[in-house]
Design a protein around this ligand. Sequence first.
Ligand SMILES: Nc1ncnc2c1ncn2[C@@H]1O[C@H](COP(=O)(O)OP(=O)(O)OP(=O)(O)O)[C@@H](O)[C@H]1O
Ligand SMILES: [Mg+2]
Length: 239
Amino acid sequence: MLSAKNLDVRYGQFRAVRGVSLEVKQGETIALIGANGAGKSTLLRAIAGALPIYSGELSFKHKVITHAASCDRVKQGLSLVPEGRRLFTEMTIEENLLLGKTINRAGDWDLDRVFDTFPNLVKRRHAKAGSLSGGEQQATAIGRALMSNPELLILDEVSLGLSPLVVDQVYASIEKLRDAGTTIILVEQALDRAIAFAKRAVCMLEGRIVLDKLTADTNRHEITEAYFGLQQSATQEAS
Ligand SMILES: Nc1ncnc2c1ncn2[C@@H]1O[C@H](COP(=O)(O)OP(=O)(O)OP(=O)(O)O)[C@@H](O)[C@H]1O
Ligand SMILES: [Mg+2]
């Protein structure tokens, strides 16, 4: 469904993403993990079209989208919930959700279905997004992405700053999406949670992918080593 070949993404001279290749099949769930500054958000933002791709090729559903505008990617079914949620704080929950509908892709998601998925948003639907709790804001940001009927949903730091109970609620919702067959790439700092959720674990270190394995075939020790770069020489290609 998504195919990244040898992607480089730069901030000026700095190569934040270095020769990353990644294949994502329909219905897969991927936990993208790695230390702070590893390049996770940069990669996801480049996939969503929020940052330019310096070199390499990106395709989605067999169409090359390396330089496509982000709204065209949403039209094709690729939707990112960015780190930090990025809601319009002066607009209500409902207005924020409806923004996801401005790109009119056919599908089942509408306000009613989002409110069924996130029941605690219903009673606050007319409240300004800026007045919501962190968990409510996260649910709204996910709901807004769902309103565009994505085939690939990308979630960056889905549980950042949320209390454990709210994290459980958010995960219960995205597990429902996963079990319904939505393809999901998720960045999560809580390793155990990420591994339990996803079918594949992809670990980045200093802009590169250093581990890409089925979660069922990997163990915590292997992931920790990749995360901290303890096996760099074995897994990293020369720069
Ligand atoms: N706007 C920017 N300008 C310059 N450098 C940036 C910018 N954003 C990120 N970087 C740098 O690019 C690298 C990758 O950052 P990125 O945000 O992708 O990491 P991350 O893996 O998402 O980290 P975190 O877990 O902290 O969110 C870091 O070294 C960071 O300092
Ligand atoms: Mg990040």
